[in-house]
Design a protein around this ligand. Structure first.
Ligand code: ZN
Length: 84
């Protein structure tokens, strides 16, 4: 006849091996991950198909515009407009 604690005291599963392998998986972001981040940034922003439209509205907010390499449209930027 075993004491009750013998039944309850199960050895805990070690998570050390799992966490170690997780650490070793930390790498630089891949190109895909970078693109995904760009897509997210792009998707959250107001997009204009034409620079003129973007500039006109951006001027009202004192913002600049830049051509988005992700969607090919134009977004607002807090940076001053590029004089070129
Ligand atoms: Zn975009």
């Amino acid at each position: 006849m075993f004491p009750k604690f013998y039944v309850m005291a199960r050895p805990q599963r070690s998570k050390r091996r799992k966490s170690l392998s997780k650490l070793s998986e930390q790498k630089e972001p891949t190109e895909e991950q970078k693109l995904e981040a760009q897509r997210k940034m792009c998707g959250e922003k107001k997009r204009f198909a034409f620079k003129g439209d973007a500039e006109r509205l951006a001027a009202e907010y004192g913002l600049g515009v830049y051509k988005c390499l992700v969607c090919g449209g134009w977004h607002f930027t807090s940076k001053p407009p590029d004089p070129t």
